[in-house]
Design a protein around this ligand. Structure first.
Ligand code: GDP
Ligand code: GDP
Length: 439
């Protein structure tokens, strides 16, 4: 998985500015689907071919000093635990601040690599003296930068990439389907893991070292192995972590990236929250197969024959971008339908990896286009010539046509629905790309 680089520091040192300069140029505008809650806190980026995820931990409102102190310390703690490399930003113009020392103290406690970025050095020659004090913080890697004016950011990124190369973010070797169990605190994630591992009473082992501090559980069911990953609840969670929004985001990103399939857990006895949507938005953006798991089914009052249908409809109405994700109703407490989740995960992973023959694909596309032609505009008629599946996991289709720029999101959606009608792809996202036909 891609390493995580977190930007930390007290307010006003220039963290957000730096973040934006580093990713700003490449913030891809993905088609804005209704209902997707996107997180602006993290972005994938790369330097010299090395890809990583940059996280801005900012967003702290300066209030009184005590409050600030606590929050900033918490932020540093979390970065320590979750990031692979830390960019610790200080204000070179404003000079050393007691808060910087507090943060340093926390960052030095573990030996995560830290790059100390002395920011706002817009003019190195005249500001050289401003830098020296910061060596006193005791970090080996120090670089003077100006985020705003993009000075020395290349040197800084070189350091980051060197440090990334030194930490091993090795790929895992375990076999078995990797299932991420995601969702906000108290949805019942750890209960589900306990249920699945306990009930089957086969191999329950905590595999240490796969990621720095997540505990994975390997289970076996019906002769198949499954790796249940990042069950935040199993790991002791501190109050600090729960209180931090981006902590849950960071964890979700890490988990989702490692997974083959995501089980997104919701508490059936409560409504959908913004945090829920944010987590779903990440899984959606990462293009992973998803099963929506409505937990605590046992606690849903006054159920009747229509409850499931009604809840399904409401959920899809709120999350139209996840309409391909099946919904399961379970109780981690009683074990109702929980093992079915494993079979279902296996199934949607197969869908995610499915390949459609070009002949069959073109038959379906041709028919779809005949039934509903792409809209003409300004006298131009869009003609779809040929389609092919260029990859799996996620399934990605390219449709060659004369005017790809005239195709609307709604038409793309129409094609997607036709592909799903014909080929299924339950639980799996589908990518459809319209390309210019070259003769
Ligand atoms: P954050 O609170 O750490 O995220 O800080 P911001 O990115 O919001 O920046 C705080 C202030 O510092 C803003 O007024 C920025 O314009 C300014 N600033 C950020 N980077 C630089 C820089 O490289 N040089 C100078 N002179 N000012 C900067
Ligand atoms: P996590 O934070 O997502 O790991 O959630 P936990 O597994 O710690 O569960 C949070 C709370 O919900 C605990 O009190 C559980 O006992 C309860 N809980 C979990 N699953 C169910 C369920 O299926 N039904 C009911 N009634 N309670 C549940």
């Amino acid at each position: 998985m891609k390493p995580i680089v977190a930007i930390v520091g007290r307010p006003n040192v220039g963290k957000s500015t730096l973040f934006n300069k580093l990713v700003g140029d490449r913030v891809a505008i993905v088609d804005d689907q209704p209902g997707v809650t996107r997180d602006r806190l993290y972005r994938e980026t790369e330097w010299n071919g090395k890809e990583f995820v940059l996280v801005d931990t900012g967003g702290l409102e300066p209030r009184n000093n005590d409050f600030m102190m606590t929050k900033i310390k918490q932020q540093a703690e979390v970065a320590m635990n979750e990031a692979d490399v830390i960019l610790f930003v200080v204000d070179g113009k404003g000079g050393l601040n007691p808060l910087d020392e507090e943060i340093s103290y926390i960052l030095r406690k573990k030996n995560k690599p830290v790059v100390l970025c002395v920011n706002k050095i817009d003019n190195f020659l005249s500001q050289q003296d401003d830098i020296y004090d910061f060596w006193g913080l005791g970090f080996e890697h120090l670089v003077a930068i100006s985020g705003e004016h993009k000075v020395n950011l290349g040197d800084m990124l070189d350091m980051v990439v060197d440090l990334i190369d030194q930490v091993d973010t090795h790929e895992e070797v375990e076999d078995g389907l990797k299932i991420a169990i995601i969702g906000r605190p108290n949805a019942g994630k750890s209960s589900l893991v306990n249920r699945l591992s306990g009930e089957e009473r086969t191999i329950v082992s905590d595999i240490a070292g796969t990621t720095r501090d997540a505990i994975d559980t390997l289970i076996e069911f019906d002769g198949n192995k499954y790796l249940l990953i990042d069950t935040a609840g199993i790991r002791r969670k501190s109050k600090i972590e729960e209180s931090l929004e981006y902590y849950s985001v960071l964890r979700a990103i890490k988990t989702i990236k490692r997974a083959d399939v995501c089980l997104w857990m919701l508490d059936g006895s409560e409504g959908l929250t913004e945090q829920d949507k944010r987590i779903a938005g990440i899984a959606f953006e990462e293009k992973k197969p998803i099963i929506i798991v409505i937990n605590k089914w046992d606690a849903v009052p006054n159920k009747d024959g229509k409850t499931m249908k009604k809840m399904r409809e409401e959920l899809y109405a709120e999350l139209p971008f996840l309409s391909y994700a099946p919904i399961e109703f379970v109780s981690a407490l009683t074990g109702q339908r929980t093992t079915k989740l494993l079979e279902h995960a296996e199934m949607i992973f197969a869908e995610y990896n499915k390949r459609i023959s070009t002949g069959l694909l073109n038959t379906v596309i041709k028919e779809a286009v005949i039934m509903n032609n792409p809209p003409t505009r300004k006298g131009r008629v869009v003609k779809v010539n040929y389609a092919t599946q260029i990859s799996t996991a996620p399934p990605r289709f390219v449709l060659f046509c004369n005017y790809p720029e005239l195709i609307h999101f709604s038409y793309s959606r129409y094609i997607e629905n036709k592909l799903r009608e014909a080929f299924g792809f339950e639980g799996s996202p589908i990518d459809i790309i319209f390309e210019k036909k070259h003769d």
